[in-house]
Ligand binder design. Sequence first.
Ligand code: CAO
Length: 488
Amino acid sequence: MAKRKIAKKAPAKGKVKAKAAAKPAKGKAPKVVAKSAKKPALKVVAKAAPKAPKISKKPFGQDGKALDGVKILDFTHVQSGPTCTQLLAWFGADVIKVERPGQGDITRGQLQDVPGADSLYFTMLNHNKRSITLDSKSQQGMNVLERLVKTCDVLVENFAPGALDRMGLTWERIHSWNPRMIVASVKGFGPGPYEDCKVYENVAQCAGGSASTTGFHDGIPLVTGAQIGDSGTGLHLALGIVSALYQRNRTGRGQKVLCAMQDGVLNLCRVKLRDQQRLAHGPLKEYTQFGQGIPFGEATPRAGNDSGGGQPGVILKCKGWETDPNAYIYFITQAPVWEKICDLIGEPEWKTHPDFAKPPARLPRLKQIFERIEQWTMTLSKFDVMNACNELDIPVGPILSMKELAEEPSLRETGTVVEVDHPTRGKYLSVGNPIKLSDSVTEVARSPLLGEHTDEILSKVLKFTPRQIAEIKASGATGEAPKAQAAE
Ligand code: CAO
């Protein structure tokens, strides 16, 4: 990362004053604020101003990327870690993926659909990265790793608990080599009784409270298709890393960033812990089971398709549901649009009827209400229902299949769904960067072949001499790199 001068620490007193001065008291005219600019506290701000970079004159999107200059030692595998480093790569970081010679990230060979080609599991999680093969358990491999640590800004890993230490890469050692290094880890659990456990997606969904609150109240717990344990935690980790990089601009030093998958899932299940506490004060009236007269137990129950926001909502059939498994729509009877819903479904008298006019009166009658709405939705396709509702500002959610999403032109236009070409598997679709920055435009590049950039990284990034590179290779530390050019 381009080194920035670390700002001289302003005296604590001055800082506080500067903060206070930045907050004009209510009702004070701007003039007063301008006057107060002469006070010593604000001089701190004035001094800091020249250090701020000049405002770019280049058009938006043409002045590099958000994380240009940041180098990531990517020691991640499977899904959670790679999700994180892929995002960082999309924001412009140089992500160097270190893989075990011969095998690489285990997902390269998992769920293979094209014989001999890296799986979609791998390619869709490792765009815009470079790959170096390295046996971290060999002496030469460790020598290369040491130089990588000294060169990079962030080490990201999601090995099993203790694996990094067993490799010899303890925090103390890393920090002694490079005090600016940020060491970011995904683990299944945080410190506590389960900290040594290996964890996969569904384990995290179960341990983080998602499974116990997903499904119908009379059915077994369910996991969700959204990879909230893996990709969700990868997202959390990316935010932690970017925050640590920002703090390093001030402190000059790196720090540890830890995201436990259990914590990440629980964070995404925040509303369910909310409901757990509401239970102490009575039944959860917006849950369907309340209207059905089913008593609540001690813990937040599975709520089927009820909306987490407290507005009654269900999934309703649309035209064609008999043959199309996705001909459904999510419908919410939001209080502010209730009257429009009544008109739309042909029940205008419900707007004033005492059984239906107000939300509390509707709660015990939700079954009857949704059955009536469904009579209407079944006469239309899900898209027609959506159009009719959106015209009246009634929010609804058509159940879109993966096929429909893959073919949706607007998602292609925004780069949320992208077509990528790959030398051994040909063209495939991927999800692009879902986070759009107006001044840091994402270009999705294919994932690297195993060890494709070993030579390039050893020579150009780590500056080993040709003789040193020959020695490293002769030791077997890098294994045999594939002939990438030939494959293309
Ligand atoms: N050179 C030499 N050895 C290497 C290496 C390299 N380049 N890269 C990895 N290894 C070694 C590790 O050092 C480790 O060796 P030891 O067990 O001797 O210490 C070994 O490979 C296996 O690593 P692992 O235990 O992380 O892998 P696993 O397949 O047994 O477990 C997983 C996988 C995901 C369960 C585990 O890594 C884990 O719990 N990670 C944290 C949570 C997580 O991210 N889970 C999400 C996974 S996606 O669903």
